[in-house]
Design a protein around this ligand. Sequence first.
Ligand code: 0X9
Ligand code: ZN
Length: 302
Amino acid sequence: RSILNAYYRFDEINKYLDELSQKYSKNVQVEEVGKSFEGRTIKTIRISNGEQKADKPVIFLDAGIHAREWAAPATALYTIQQLVENSTVNSDILDNVDFIVLPVVNPDGYEYTHEKERLWRKTRSSGERCDGVDGNRNFDFHWAEVGSSHRECDEIYHGKTAFSEPETQIVREILEKYENRCKFYLTLHTYGNYLLYPWGYTSDLPETVADLDEVSQAGAAAIRKATGTKYQVGTSTNVLYAAAGGSDNYAFAVNKVPISITMELPGGGTSGFNPPPSKIEHIVTESWTGIRAMVLKVIEKY
Ligand code: 0X9
Ligand code: ZN
């Protein structure tokens, strides 16, 4: 079992992070950032080149806010592995920025998709009639507006209040902690091969659309060149649909992260959300090519 041929369970993921931090203690720090609704310990991993510079720019990558989107945590793990174990090749990145990775935002949901219901999307917080909140509708920016639901049984239920979920509070806290330092927030989802940037609640374009587009296009071009896979690039609203309360728009608008992108990885399997394990290696290596290109473009620009 390896990160290239299996979808790790949440405990295995945490163990993997801890092992890396022991083996590469100079470059890797694992931090407990809070607990999920069901009490699972949520960890981030910070990857640097070992120099302790308090004001170095930061890139924040997260995955797995939607439980069933298994290729997303797998890609986060591959990103971690490349940055840590292939650090010579990636010194062009780590000489310039520190990486913070939160590989599974929603571990309760993730484990639930392994144990009970493969296509569960939401968190696992208790409701009156139905459980769970769509984490990517729970952020406090245009919360409860377009493309989200006030009905707790719906897949896109935005929650009783903004940040009702401990898991989205954790993402908010990380964004706050690295405010000003964070130049790039990338959130991994599946599926459909999209690189999406704000806005996600209106078809209007942000003022800095040219910067967002330049970084996203760099990612799409690198992937196209490497494997031929095509990604569609544009604002969430204009290329996918309008949906308010997402983490990407919150980071961009509230924490002023200049580049904030949702990457919708390739689909596979019967539902689109379950590419067989044999496909993991192709998906994660291809995706890393795009992530690397976007990161280098951000470094060049900021
Ligand atoms: O609907 C979502 O949350 C994302 N798509 S998914 O199929 N993975 O559920 C897209 C989110 C794009 N960003 C915003 N609308 N803010
Ligand atoms: Zn998603």
